[in-house]
Design a protein around this ligand. Structure first.
Ligand SMILES: [Zn+2]
Length: 70
């Protein structure tokens, strides 16, 4: 596999990214766990995404399912 992605700031090949756990502010109605992906060379933030491991506040449907399971 050949990595061809380059950091847009420092131009290094992007072989690694630094992943940091951050919080996204949801319009003042709470915080959502997010992950920021940054260049290990110059620390520029390349992207931010929702943390797939985080569990959002359970929706009504999921809460009902949880109740019936237990
Ligand atoms: Zn960089």
């Amino acid at each position: 596999m050949i990595n061809q992605g380059e950091c847009p700031k420092c131009g290094n090949r992007l072989l690694h990214v630094r992943i940091e756990s951050i919080f996204g502010q949801n319009n003042g109605s709470g915080e959502v766990r997010c992950l920021s992906l940054s260049c290990i060379h110059c620390n520029i933030v390349l992207g931010v995404q929702m943390d797939p491991r985080s569990r959002a506040r359970p929706r009504r449907k999921e809460a009902e399912e949880g109740r019936t399971v237990v």
